[in-house]
Design a protein around this ligand. Sequence first.
Ligand code: NAP
Length: 241
Amino acid sequence: MAETVVITGASKGIGLATAERLAAQGAQVIGLARSEPRGFPGVFVPVDLGDEGASAAVLADLAGRHAVEGVVNNLGLNILEPLGNIDLDHFRRVVDLNLRTTIQVTQAFLPGMRARRYGRIVNLSSRGALGREKRSSYGAAKAGIIGMTRTWALELATQGITANVVSPGPTATEMFVRNNLTGEAAEKNRQRFLADVPMGRFGEPEEIAHAIAFFLSREASFVTGQVLHVCGGSSVGPAPL
Ligand SMILES: NC(=O)c1ccc[n+]([C@@H]2O[C@H](COP(=O)([O-])OP(=O)(O)OC[C@H]3O[C@@H](n4cnc5c(N)ncnc54)[C@H](OP(=O)(O)O)[C@@H]3O)[C@@H](O)[C@H]2O)c1
């Protein structure tokens, strides 16, 4: 296990489950999000990662004080809009929060990883990257995460630093419920999503955290540029071999 790990979006959902999982394994966890959850299992730094300047200051401070070996770029934003009604400000925000933050956070800790010739980068994509209605911005951003991570894998391959992607399917978190299981269409959406998951259920944040922990482990030293779908089988039909 990477000993000191920064997790973005660590206050709830998959990020918090990952923090709890890593802390239980003995890692020092540094969590970033806007609001601190009760009993966070590590150091928690409140920051709006949508604010590039504020993020830069927090990240520089952390990089100066901690030998960060692992980065989990978990923060994500999804705004559902069909083509024809995509608000370009929303598009920019979705791309910014999914992609710019991933670059900015990783770059803050890359010099330390390079100096120590060891690092683990795990980026969160989504089953939505393979295509789902109303997800032009999110799908583009999450497909971008995959292209970017594969690029980093090549650039860092000889430096002891790996970069991999965990791509969750429908997982019962606040984001998922807010986007898909609220309002009038909630029950219809629930049935539609479940019909799409061969296992016939939603994932638990802990199940995604397990995959993240694998990529973060020291033992995953020969694994880079890979995408692990953790999705109850929902990627199997749409994804090519
Ligand atoms: N859940 C799913 O079904 C699913 C499926 C596929 C992929 N994913 C991906 O998995 C990742 C985690 O998703 P999740 O469902 O666990 O999300 P979530 O429950 O909505 O949690 C999002 C986290 O990000 C933080 N956050 C949001 N805006 C922020 C900002 N501007 N600055 C700092 N922190 C911010 C939130 O905390 P604060 O509000 O306190 O800031 C929270 O800790 C995302 O990348 C998502 O796209 C999720």
